[in-house]
Design a protein around this ligand. Structure first.
Ligand code: NAD
Ligand code: TDX
Length: 352
């Protein structure tokens, strides 16, 4: 049994589906079902006794203690977070609460539980903290990619809150001996990603004939990794990662945002030739994100050499799969874009 937090969100849901496709080891999935959490993502697991869904908050210590005592997991895989940089600029409080206080609460519950284990169960226990490359800050065009020893220079409320959580996880290992591992991953894309993030927003807007908002000059660079490859990396780190270590996870796939948007448009031109003109006509330059990091790049040599993990998808294969998934799941997009999400977008951006 493993305990997953945030397993109704984008990466967490992909991980749970992937995990239960690979093994029969059950999963307890704790998720607060914020705007970003969606039980529809897990619909294919309905009636599957290997998946126990718990609607709850990682800040709820009593609930965490109860779940750990009841299910006795051998590991915790911690995805739950507020994850969107733009939202963190508009409302940082939720990021400090979930990402910092929530991770702290989970660490304390894990420490109490782990202290009560003995023998192999204690030695083999793992707290796997899923984090981001954004904690390392922004790179210039000629700077080397982030290694695990790069100092933290977070620039957004989101990345600052994730950096704080990474520091707490590190300290719980050094001070209390909790067997933690941290992964710092680059930008993910793939099925079930909420259409507030660049790639699914561009796909959803292009299909709806709406403007494709490119921030600033569109030349900010991100390193893109297909979500299935990230899930495989997490499985490897959980199985064989050394306690107390961090592992950078990335696709060696740096691209400026404008290239990404053009790729999405070109593929949609091919797959939806009936649209009114090329999709790139919808590209609209808008005001830049405040404090917008210019470039991220991950040096993934440690996980490759130590654990033998490598991404399977190229960007070309991964983006095709992703667009095909969104074309087949337009009901999912319409559903998640309604309700609380719609109200927030209208309030902060006007009609988009
Ligand atoms: P997401 O926003 O899609 O999902 C987050 C999930 O956490 C949701 O299901 C939400 O309901 C849940 N959640 C939020 N607050 C909670 C709380 N207080 N208690 C319990 N559950 C709560 O995020 P994602 O993109 O899937 O990211 C997952 C993790 O991976 C995050 O920790 C993020 O920082 C990290 N990460 C994401 C990326 C990326 O490109 N998306 C890259 C690197 C690292
Ligand atoms: O409408 C947009 N227009 C645009 O130009 C949006 C939503 C984004 N952008 C730009 C901003 C970024 O340079 O595209 C790039 C990617 O933006 P996001 O999808 O918001 O991702 P990013 O800010 O890079 O952060 C993501 O990767 C690291 C995730 O949201 C984080 O959770 C993860 O840690």
């Amino acid at each position: 049994m493993i305990l997953v937090t945030g397993g109704a969100g984008f990466i967490g849901a992909n991980f749970v589906l992937d995990w239960l496709g690979q093994t029969d080891e059950p999963v307890v999935n704790l998720d607060a079902l914020t705007y970003a959490g969606n039980r529809e993502n897990l619909a294919s697991l309905a009636g599957d006794a290997r998946h126990v869904f718990v609607h709850g908050d990682i800040c709820d210590r009593a609930l965490l203690d109860r779940l750990l005592a009841e299910h006795h997991p051998r590991a915790i895989v911690h995805f739950a977070a507020e994850s969107h940089v733009d939202r963190s600029i508009h409302g940082p409080a939720a990021f400090v609460r979930t990402n910092v206080e929530g991770t702290f609460t989970l660490l304390e519950a894990a420490r109490a539980y782990w202290s009560g284990l003995d023998g192999d169960a204690k030695a083999m226990f793992r707290f796997l903290h899923v984090s981001t490359d954004e904690v390392y800050g922004s790179l210039g065009p000629a700077d080397p990619a982030f290694t695990e020893t790069k100092g933290f220079e977070p620039n957004s409320p989101y990345s600052a809150s994730k950096a704080a959580s990474d520091h707490l996880v590190r300290a719980w290992h050094h001070t209390y001996g909790l067997p933690v591992v941290t992964t710092n991953c680059s930008n993910n894309y793939g099925p079930y990603q909420f259409p507030e993030k660049l790639i699914p927003l561009m796909i959803a807007n292009a299909l709806a004939g709406k403007p494709l908002p490119v921030y600033g000059d569109g030349q900010n660079v991100r390193d893109w990794l297909y979500v299935g490859d990230h899930c495989a990396a997490i499985r490897e780190v959980l199985a064989r990662g050394r306690a107390g270590e961090t592992y950078n996870v990335g696709g060696w796939n740096e691209k400026p945002n404008l290239d990404i948007v053009h790729t999405v448009c070109t593929l949609l031109d091919e797959l939806r030739p009936d649209a009114a003109g090329p999709h790139a006509r919808l590209i609209t330059y808008v005001a830049d994100r405040p404090g917008h990091d210019r470039r991220y790049a991950i040096d993934a040599r440690k996980i490759e050499h130590e654990l033998g993990w490598r991404p399977v998808e190229t960007f070309e294969s991964g983006i095709r799969k992703t667009i095909a998934w969104y074309l087949e799941h337009q009901d999912w997009v319409a559903h998640v874009q309604s309700g609380a999400y719609r109200e927030w977008v209208d309030r902060n951006y006007g009609q988009r």
